[in-house]
Unconditional design. Sequence first.
Length: 507
Amino acid sequence: MRSVGGLPPVSQTHDAMPQRPRLGVPTKLAYGLGSMAFGVKDAGFQTFLLLFYNQLVGLPSQWVSGAIALALVVDACVDPIVGQVSDHWRSRWGRRHPFMYAAALPVAISYLLLWNPPHASHAILFVYLLATAIVVRTFITFYEIPSSALVAELSQNYDERTGLLSYRSLFGYLGGLGMALLAYLVFLRPTAAYPQGQLNPHGYSAYGVVSAVVMFVTIILSAAGTQRFVPFLHKPAEAPKKLSQFVREMFSTISNRSFLMTLGAGSFAAMGGGMHAALTLYFATYYWELSSAQISILVVQSFVGAVAGSALAPWLGRRMGKKAAALTVLALAIPASLMPFLLRLAGLFPANHSVWLVPALLVTIAASNTLGIATGILISSMIADVVEDSQVRTGRRSEGLFFAASAFTNKLVSASGLFFAGLMLWLVAFPTAARPGHIDPHILTRLVWTYMPIFAALMLTAVGFLWFYDISRHRHEENLRRASQAAAIAEAATELGAGPLVQPVAD
């Protein structure tokens, strides 16, 4: 037995507990697998939803973007509640897993309904889209927030956390890109009536069915694959009984300076990303005039970006530290994302229908995807390191709340990105039911010139926020030491019947 802080030796009553399972590759794969559900949902919302409801269902673009934005706002308000509740949840299945299991079936059913709207008036379609989008997003939150929070409990290692999040990011992109590729190659194939397959309304229902099945299966498998770690994860103290205390704890936790910096960076990056994603299919269909087969080629190369970004993030994090690595890849992602448009406007990019167009897009998009994915992984890993930094100050572990608060803000600003994308289409007078090659080129040029400076400004603001994050490798290891020491003192005090002696540690 060992002595802690002058107290009597800590009891060995826990020696008989089974040994914690090894965090091997199978567990990392299971942990990452569940993010496929989020990837499928995210790709569907960002890539297809605006085009589907605007160009095929016939709902005006500002109505569609408005419904999507409102659903995101509602979802964002649910995030911190789910995070805070799961941080304090006490059950034999642990803090996180009950929410993860409960999400699987409602997510699948509501996502299926999203792609099968009724034939109705614009007002009814708006309400239908809004309601189904809210349900989908709410229940994916019940899975995504608790699952994201697990990373800080499965490992405390500075570099291993980035590796775990790389698995999560990789599977998320594989889910989204895989379903998008399947849609282009199978469900949205060109026909005589619809030479642009992505404008074929009949394929979206089948896409919804397969997507729903994938989401259900991957959530269940991921939750089951990490279930054996539940006995070894953190056991929360009793939850606050008063709402005022509940709220005070939330605000006290998320006021951590480094967390606020990652929150600002992620928020502006999410706004730019949401705007970019909502317009991607419009640019591909109308600006570059790509067929569904050509778009599917670009989707295939996105797998390269997903794999490369997931490998690049932990490699750079180990060599440069997370902050320097994140600043580097985010700064490089800005010109990489805008390069095709800049070159086209300068007359240096291959013309539409040229044999060199798709290869040129492949190179530039692969670079942009790689850097963007690496940025997201590194920022998420930086948030995971805030957990112990906050624990040292508050005496509480709040993994769920941190990841929920980040998701909350990112969704709010991503909603504004989607909303502004719809407004851009309206401001440049982009026509409904438009056919590629039959749009005034001046409208397309105005859309590009409107998009580029806004995107660049948003991403540069994200770079500015990241600059002020201040948890280094050394500080993280010091936080682990201090948190472990406080936990040992608390354990010794509890066994002596003295009650908790741990107080938040001030710098």
